[in-house]
Design a protein around this ligand. Structure first.
Ligand code: SF4
Length: 232
Protein backbone atom coordinates (compact mmCIF):
# COMPACT_ATOMS: atom_id res chain seq x y z
CA UNK A 1 0.00 0.00 0.00
CA UNK A 2 1.24 3.48 -0.85
CA UNK A 3 3.76 4.87 -3.32
CA UNK A 4 6.46 7.48 -3.65
CA UNK A 5 6.76 10.18 -6.29
CA UNK A 6 8.76 13.32 -6.96
CA UNK A 7 7.76 16.96 -6.90
CA UNK A 8 10.82 18.59 -8.39
CA UNK A 9 13.76 17.08 -6.50
CA UNK A 10 11.61 16.15 -3.45
CA UNK A 11 10.63 12.51 -2.97
CA UNK A 12 7.20 12.34 -1.36
CA UNK A 13 6.14 9.28 0.68
CA UNK A 14 2.38 8.86 0.29
CA UNK A 15 0.73 5.99 2.20
CA UNK A 16 -2.25 5.39 -0.14
CA UNK A 17 -2.38 3.81 -3.59
CA UNK A 18 -3.81 6.81 -5.39
CA UNK A 19 -3.84 10.56 -5.02
CA UNK A 20 -6.51 13.10 -5.99
CA UNK A 21 -5.45 15.89 -8.38
CA UNK A 22 -6.40 18.37 -5.60
CA UNK A 23 -3.97 16.66 -3.22
CA UNK A 24 -1.12 16.77 -5.72
CA UNK A 25 -1.77 20.44 -6.49
CA UNK A 26 -1.91 21.28 -2.79
CA UNK A 27 1.46 19.57 -2.26
CA UNK A 28 3.05 21.48 -5.15
CA UNK A 29 1.87 24.80 -3.69
CA UNK A 30 2.93 23.83 -0.19
CA UNK A 31 6.39 22.91 -1.41
CA UNK A 32 6.61 26.22 -3.27
CA UNK A 33 5.85 28.07 -0.02
CA UNK A 34 8.46 26.02 1.90
CA UNK A 35 11.12 26.48 -0.78
CA UNK A 36 10.49 30.22 -0.71
CA UNK A 37 10.58 30.19 3.13
CA UNK A 38 7.44 32.27 2.83
CA UNK A 39 3.84 32.26 4.01
CA UNK A 40 1.01 30.46 2.32
CA UNK A 41 -2.76 30.33 2.59
CA UNK A 42 -4.08 27.18 0.94
CA UNK A 43 -7.61 25.87 0.64
CA UNK A 44 -8.81 22.43 -0.31
CA UNK A 45 -12.36 21.05 -0.69
CA UNK A 46 -13.82 19.09 2.24
CA UNK A 47 -13.24 15.32 2.16
CA UNK A 48 -10.25 15.37 -0.18
CA UNK A 49 -7.69 14.23 2.39
CA UNK A 50 -6.08 17.48 3.51
CA UNK A 51 -4.48 15.99 6.61
CA UNK A 52 -2.58 13.18 4.90
CA UNK A 53 -1.60 15.52 2.08
CA UNK A 54 -0.10 18.01 4.48
CA UNK A 55 1.68 15.39 6.61
CA UNK A 56 3.06 13.50 3.59
CA UNK A 57 4.52 16.61 2.00
CA UNK A 58 5.87 18.22 5.14
CA UNK A 59 7.44 15.11 6.69
CA UNK A 60 9.03 14.27 3.31
CA UNK A 61 10.38 17.81 3.21
CA UNK A 62 11.68 17.57 6.79
CA UNK A 63 13.44 14.30 5.90
CA UNK A 64 15.69 16.03 3.36
CA UNK A 65 15.69 19.50 4.97
CA UNK A 66 15.93 18.82 8.73
CA UNK A 67 16.61 22.51 9.32
CA UNK A 68 13.12 23.45 8.09
CA UNK A 69 11.79 23.16 11.65
CA UNK A 70 8.80 21.68 13.36
CA UNK A 71 5.24 21.37 12.08
CA UNK A 72 2.63 22.63 14.57
CA UNK A 73 -0.77 21.28 13.53
CA UNK A 74 -3.88 22.58 15.31
CA UNK A 75 -7.21 20.81 15.70
CA UNK A 76 -10.44 21.80 17.42
CA UNK A 77 -11.00 18.71 19.58
CA UNK A 78 -9.06 15.85 21.17
CA UNK A 79 -10.68 13.16 18.92
CA UNK A 80 -9.63 15.23 15.87
CA UNK A 81 -6.14 15.38 17.33
CA UNK A 82 -6.00 11.58 17.68
CA UNK A 83 -7.33 11.13 14.13
CA UNK A 84 -4.65 13.44 12.76
CA UNK A 85 -1.89 11.62 14.65
CA UNK A 86 -3.15 8.24 13.39
CA UNK A 87 -2.92 9.61 9.85
CA UNK A 88 0.61 10.82 10.55
CA UNK A 89 1.52 7.37 11.89
CA UNK A 90 0.41 5.84 8.56
CA UNK A 91 2.66 8.25 6.64
CA UNK A 92 5.69 7.51 8.82
CA UNK A 93 5.12 3.74 8.98
CA UNK A 94 4.96 3.71 5.20
CA UNK A 95 8.21 5.66 4.91
CA UNK A 96 10.02 3.37 7.35
CA UNK A 97 8.80 0.33 5.41
CA UNK A 98 9.90 1.72 2.03
CA UNK A 99 13.35 2.69 3.33
CA UNK A 100 13.83 -0.72 4.95
CA UNK A 101 12.89 -2.51 1.70
CA UNK A 102 15.27 -0.34 -0.29
CA UNK A 103 18.12 -1.05 2.10
CA UNK A 104 17.54 -4.78 1.70
CA UNK A 105 17.69 -4.47 -2.10
CA UNK A 106 20.97 -2.54 -2.00
CA UNK A 107 23.85 -5.06 -2.12
CA UNK A 108 26.21 -2.45 -0.62
CA UNK A 109 24.16 -2.54 2.61
CA UNK A 110 24.55 -6.26 3.41
CA UNK A 111 27.10 -5.76 6.17
CA UNK A 112 25.74 -2.46 7.48
CA UNK A 113 23.84 -2.57 10.79
CA UNK A 114 20.11 -1.88 10.56
CA UNK A 115 19.48 1.80 11.39
CA UNK A 116 17.00 2.69 14.11
CA UNK A 117 15.08 5.80 15.18
CA UNK A 118 15.45 8.90 13.03
CA UNK A 119 17.99 7.19 10.74
CA UNK A 120 15.40 4.52 9.87
CA UNK A 121 12.86 7.20 8.87
CA UNK A 122 11.00 7.49 12.18
CA UNK A 123 10.13 10.83 13.76
CA UNK A 124 9.02 12.00 17.18
CA UNK A 125 5.49 13.45 17.16
CA UNK A 126 3.25 14.21 20.13
CA UNK A 127 -0.21 15.51 20.91
CA UNK A 128 -0.68 18.17 23.56
CA UNK A 129 -3.91 19.16 25.25
CA UNK A 130 -5.07 20.62 28.56
CA UNK A 131 -4.27 18.95 31.89
CA UNK A 132 -7.94 17.91 32.07
CA UNK A 133 -7.41 15.62 29.05
CA UNK A 134 -3.96 14.36 29.97
CA UNK A 135 -3.80 14.03 33.75
CA UNK A 136 -3.35 10.53 35.20
CA UNK A 137 -3.38 11.44 38.89
CA UNK A 138 -5.99 9.13 40.53
CA UNK A 139 -8.03 11.99 42.06
CA UNK A 140 -7.28 14.98 39.87
CA UNK A 141 -8.06 13.09 36.66
CA UNK A 142 -11.62 12.42 37.92
CA UNK A 143 -12.37 16.15 38.02
CA UNK A 144 -14.12 17.37 34.84
CA UNK A 145 -13.72 21.11 35.15
CA UNK A 146 -10.67 22.41 33.34
CA UNK A 147 -9.89 25.28 35.70
CA UNK A 148 -10.36 23.11 38.75
CA UNK A 149 -7.94 20.49 37.32
CA UNK A 150 -5.35 23.20 36.67
CA UNK A 151 -5.76 24.52 40.20
CA UNK A 152 -5.52 21.04 41.81
CA UNK A 153 -2.44 20.23 39.76
CA UNK A 154 -0.71 23.49 40.70
CA UNK A 155 -1.33 22.74 44.37
CA UNK A 156 0.40 19.35 43.99
CA UNK A 157 3.35 20.62 41.97
CA UNK A 158 4.10 23.89 43.79
CA UNK A 159 7.54 23.92 45.47
CA UNK A 160 6.01 23.98 49.00
CA UNK A 161 3.74 20.98 48.19
CA UNK A 162 6.65 18.98 46.79
CA UNK A 163 8.46 19.14 50.12
CA UNK A 164 5.89 16.77 51.68
CA UNK A 165 5.32 13.25 50.22
CA UNK A 166 1.60 13.30 51.14
CA UNK A 167 0.84 16.48 49.14
CA UNK A 168 2.83 15.93 45.97
CA UNK A 169 1.96 14.23 42.67
CA UNK A 170 4.00 11.07 42.07
CA UNK A 171 3.70 11.49 38.30
CA UNK A 172 5.19 14.95 38.43
CA UNK A 173 8.02 13.69 40.64
CA UNK A 174 8.66 10.88 38.16
CA UNK A 175 8.75 13.43 35.36
CA UNK A 176 11.30 15.55 37.21
CA UNK A 177 13.52 12.57 38.07
CA UNK A 178 13.31 11.24 34.47
CA UNK A 179 14.55 14.59 33.22
CA UNK A 180 17.52 14.36 35.55
CA UNK A 181 18.40 10.82 34.48
CA UNK A 182 17.83 10.74 30.73
CA UNK A 183 18.12 13.23 27.92
CA UNK A 184 15.01 11.88 26.19
CA UNK A 185 11.73 10.87 27.84
CA UNK A 186 10.58 8.73 24.91
CA UNK A 187 12.08 6.99 21.89
CA UNK A 188 10.96 8.13 18.43
CA UNK A 189 7.34 7.40 17.53
CA UNK A 190 3.96 9.05 16.99
CA UNK A 191 2.14 9.48 20.30
CA UNK A 192 -1.52 10.43 20.71
CA UNK A 193 -2.88 11.80 24.00
CA UNK A 194 -4.06 8.25 24.81
CA UNK A 195 -0.58 6.82 24.10
CA UNK A 196 1.01 9.38 26.41
CA UNK A 197 -1.54 8.69 29.14
CA UNK A 198 -0.77 4.97 28.84
CA UNK A 199 2.94 5.71 29.26
CA UNK A 200 2.07 7.82 32.30
CA UNK A 201 0.47 4.73 33.87
CA UNK A 202 3.20 2.25 32.85
CA UNK A 203 5.67 1.37 35.56
CA UNK A 204 8.72 1.89 33.33
CA UNK A 205 7.64 5.45 32.55
CA UNK A 206 5.05 6.70 35.05
CA UNK A 207 5.64 10.40 34.38
CA UNK A 208 2.97 13.05 34.01
CA UNK A 209 1.84 12.97 30.35
CA UNK A 210 0.99 16.68 30.35
CA UNK A 211 4.42 17.88 31.47
CA UNK A 212 6.15 15.20 29.40
CA UNK A 213 4.33 16.31 26.23
CA UNK A 214 5.24 19.93 26.89
CA UNK A 215 8.87 18.89 27.22
CA UNK A 216 8.81 16.58 24.19
CA UNK A 217 7.64 19.42 21.95
CA UNK A 218 11.24 20.66 21.84
CA UNK A 219 12.53 17.46 20.24
CA UNK A 220 9.46 16.69 18.08
CA UNK A 221 9.21 17.16 14.32
CA UNK A 222 5.42 17.36 14.52
CA UNK A 223 3.21 18.62 17.35
CA UNK A 224 -0.56 18.33 17.25
CA UNK A 225 -2.53 20.49 19.67
CA UNK A 226 -5.82 22.23 20.34
CA UNK A 227 -6.21 25.75 18.94
CA UNK A 228 -6.58 26.93 22.54
CA UNK A 229 -3.04 25.73 23.32
CA UNK A 230 -1.40 27.53 20.44
CA UNK A 231 1.63 29.30 21.96
CA UNK A 232 1.85 26.31 24.38
S1 SF4 B 1 1.39 16.77 37.49
FE1 SF4 B 1 0.28 15.76 35.83
S2 SF4 B 1 -0.53 13.86 36.71
FE2 SF4 B 1 0.05 15.23 38.40
S3 SF4 B 1 -1.81 16.33 38.89
FE3 SF4 B 1 -0.68 17.59 37.45
S4 SF4 B 1 -1.49 17.03 35.43
FE4 SF4 B 1 -2.11 15.45 36.88
Amino acid sequence: MGFTFYIGELRVFFPYDSIYPEQYKYMCELKRALDAKGNGVLEMPTGTGKTVTLFALITSYQWVHPDVGRLVYCTRTVPEMSKALEELRKVIDFRVEVLAKERKLDPGNEEAPEPTGLAAGHILAVGLSARRNMCVHPEVSKEGDRERVDEMCRKLTAPWARDKPQTRCGHFEKYESSLNHSSQLLETGVYTIEDLREKGMESGYGWCPYYAARRLIHSSSVVVLNYQRFGF
